[in-house]
Design a protein around this ligand. Structure first.
Ligand code: CP3
Length: 340
């Protein structure tokens, strides 16, 4: 078993810098499109054999040091009682707007309501044995609340911010419920065999540092503290958090995910030696020539300056129009340039 990814999560020294890519299973891979052409995205998520197959595709093709279970951050929200569709972005038919909507939400029974997630993890642990570790994941409470209240993606997030400021009781009740659901969901993934958990807070960066601390941090703290993480490291990724890293680190976790707006070395100096970091190549660098890709990989590695506890990744998900061979070349560069 290739242990470099887990070792780096715990801050231990490794032979080469481990690397994986956020959203590494997906539309940029022709093998994914072949499977996806036969079913909808949600059907793919709910069919364990297929979800496991597309999880392993990038592991074999790219040569990455970790697999991430194929699913979506919104899959556990559907059994809370919210009808979900992907077009291809997520859409909830009836967004949450008032206390009565929050009260109607139920906390799913994980074994009964998301059996396909549990089963996908079990299949993957068998199929990945002797290869690479398996990452499970979920959305952070705030990012899930953004989709549940807006009903879809948003440019200004006016609905969720309006609720946060103008109906704080509704906002608080919703966040509590999502936090409880997420804790049970992620612990079920750990129990099923996930060897690391990544929490995606894609929209945490739309708030001021003060509002992040007041309206988001307490819930993420409760979530991370509630995870069975003695043997399972937790990666916390808050996109757009460069200007408030000192606040975001208070959420805890073992690894801080970084986007490309920060210098990785400067971020490490601020975070301190107790936490590992993951990141942070600009995903659009994968459109560049090999020469530029290699230069940018080297720059990120140089910013880390050989410190243990670095997992190489993009600063956000890989884009669907990236040439797959460029992603493969990036992975090869990370391994070659970081060799001890
Ligand atoms: O990383 C992986 O390979 C595992 C799979 C994964 C998906 N979504 C599959 C997916 C993961 C980890 C996610 C997380 C996710 N989903 C996040 C957090 C990470 C991020 O990108 O910020 C968010 C915000 C979502 C919500 C979501 N799901 C959006 C906004 C979209 C539409 C945009 C897009 O990329 O298509 C999705 C759909 C989605 N999730 C697809 C995939 C492969 C595309 C669906 C398709 O095949 O048509």
């Amino acid at each position: 078993m290739n242990m470099r990814f887990l070792d780096a999560c715990w801050g231990k020294p490794v032979d080469r810098t481990p690397v994986w890519l956020m959203r590494q299973a997906g539309r940029y891979l022709p093998e994914y499109m072949a499977v996806r052409s036969k079913c909808t995205f949600l059907e793919l998520c709910k069919t364990p054999e297929l979800a496991a197959e597309v999880t392993i595709q990038p592991v074999d093709y790219l040569g990455v040091d970790a697999a991430i279970m194929f699913s979506d951050i919104l899959t556990p929200v559907e059994p809370m009682g919210m009808k979900l569709d992907f077009v291809p972005g997520p859409v909830f038919e009836s967004p949450i707007r008032c206390m009565a909507d929050v009260e109607k939400l139920r906390i799913p029974q994980m074994e009964q309501d998301v059996p396909y997630v549990i089963e996908t993890i079990k299949i993957l642990r068998r199929e990945l044995a002797g290869k690479v570790p398996l990452i499970g994941f979920g959305g952070a409470p705030f990012t899930l609340a953004c989709y549940m209240v807006e009903g879809k993606g948003s440019k200004d997030f006016a609905q969720i911010k309006r609720m946060m400021y103008a109906a704080p009781d509704v906002y608080g009740a919703l966040m509590e419920k999502i936090t409880t659901m997420s804790m049970e969901y992620l612990n079920a993934q750990i129990a099923a065999g996930a060897q690391c958990i990544q929490i995606f807070d894609t929209w945490g960066g739309i708030l001021s540092p003060a509002d992040y601390e007041r309206y988001v941090l307490p819930y993420t703290v409760r979530l991370i503290n509630g995870l069975n993480r003695m043997e399972t490291p937790v990666i916390h990724f808050v996109k757009g958090s460069g200007a408030m890293l000192d606040t975001v680190v208070k959420a805890g976790g073992d690894v801080m995910g970084l986007d490309w707006h920060v210098n990785l070395g400067a971020a490490r100096n601020l975070i301190g030696p107790k936490m590992a970091v993951q990141g942070n190549l600009d995903p659009t660098v994968l459109y560049a020539t090999n020469e530029i890709i290699e230069r940018e990989v080297k720059r990120v590695l140089d910013e880390n300056a050989g410190r243990p506890g670095h997992i190489f990744n993009l600063g956000h998900g890989i884009l669907p129009t990236v040439p797959p061979e460029n992603a493969k070349f990036m992975v090869e560069c990370v391994h070659r340039l970081s060799q001890n």
